[in-house]
Design a protein around this ligand. Structure first.
Ligand code: TXA
Ligand code: MG
Length: 335
């Protein structure tokens, strides 16, 4: 299949890309679209066959549910059977934006979307392109991240093309994703609400609205409740380790202890930046949670492209704003 890549950086291009994406989605096709978190692989959420194609293209396990993207809270209410006051408050506070609310699922959401479960994750993304597509379609879009299962999520159109070129008819280039890691997933079917996947809307912001918050995955996960629950996820090809060091000698000592020894290691640092000597690459990303999240996946994609065998990431601080980043690094280093 030939994959068309459409730009959106001028009004006429934007309109033409919306028109093409809508045509394909109405025809039951799967297309890659930009969102503010990461790029999504989208299909009509009410069309079970189209959603099944997403699983096929990604090689995604059937037990992993997909987030439904809406434009306006009203559309979210059509995907669920209950809209508690807390969902309303959270939507008012954080939508459109990188927060997914897990709620009781409406009948018309196909099983494939929810992995057979009785809840559905809904999110109103803030990226103007996907908003306009959803409004023009008039139906919500089921969209996981636009990568092959288990790999690093794409934060630009080139990342998508690298993995999905030839497998989908359209990739829309909406620029670099501004958030950079996947949305925060919050289960509001339980009281207090449970944080299933940390993200850039962090615990402290959520608690300002919810009062209480349950953390972590909880016991008994019959249905996989969040992707983060797969221990290894979001992983680059290279082995990834997260280390802390105060100077280069400490870094070298820790690297010497890593077996087997590898030749091509890349360091991603934010505070104690080592010299280039002894490394295939050293990149610096800002010591600021928001900027770090925005840059992280692009750095991981780049290290893979450069053939890194080991990626050494300087440990992020332990504070609440960094929790989503720490979570992704932990999963990228698993296994
Ligand atoms: O930022 C994002 O959320 C991006 C963009 C494209 O919106 N999407 C994304 O999708 O990260 P994905 O499939 O890579 O991760 C979605 C995760 C699923 O793996 C799933 O575990 C969780 O959200 N999720 C979806 N529906 C759920 C449900 N009903 N209950 C619990 N978790 C759910
Ligand atoms: Mg994903």
């Amino acid at each position: 299949m030939k994959t068309e890549v459409l730009a959106t950086h001028a009004r006429a291009l934007f309109n033409a890309a919306v028109k093409r994406a809508v045509e394909l989605l109405e025809a039951g096709e799967v297309v890659a679209l930009p969102t503010e978190t990461v790029y999504g692989l989208a299909a009509n959420a009410f069309n079970a066959a189209a959603v099944a194609r997403i699983f096929e293209i990604k090689g995604r396990p059937a037990h992993n549910p997909i987030i439904v993207h809406v434009a306006e809270a009203e559309m979210a209410r059509q995907c669920v059977t209950g809209w508690p006051p807390l969902a309303e408050k959270l939507a008012k506070a954080f939508w459109p934006g990188p927060l997914t609310l897990v709620l009781p699922r409406a009948q018309k959401i196909p099983d494939a979307v929810t992995a057979g479960g009785d809840t559905v994750g809904v999110r109103w993304p803030s990226h103007p392109f996907i908003q306009e597509v959803i409004r023009a379609c008039g139906f919500p879009l089921a969209a996981p991240s636009a990568n092959l299962s288990n790999q690093v999520s794409p934060t630009n159109a080139q990342h998508v093309a690298k993995q999905l070129e030839g497998k989908i008819p359209l990739i829309v280039d909406g620029g670099q994703s501004q958030v950079g890691i996947e949305s925060t997933v919050l289960d509001v079917t339980v009281n207090p609400p449970r944080l299933l996947r940390p993200g850039m809307i962090h615990g402290r912001s959520l608690m300002a609205v919810t009062g209480k918050l349950a953390l972590g995955e909880g016991a008994g996960t019959e249905i996989l409740k969040s992707p983060g629950q797969l221990q290894k996820h979001y992983a680059p090809k290279a082995k990834l380790v997260v280390l802390k060091w105060r100077n280069e000698a400490e870094l070298s000592a820790q690297l010497a202890a890593i077996k087997p020894r590898v030749a091509r290691s890349h360091v991603i640092a934010h505070t104690h930046i080592p010299s280039q000597a002894g490394f295939a690459g050293v990149s610096v990303i800002p010591h600021d949670a928001e900027a770090f999240a925005r840059a992280l996946y692009a750095e991981l994609h780049r290290c893979d492209e450069l053939g890194a065998e080991l990626i050494v990431v300087e440990a992020p601080p332990g504070t609440s704003e960094w929790r989503g980043i720490a979570d992704r690094l932990k999963r990228a280093s698993a296994g």
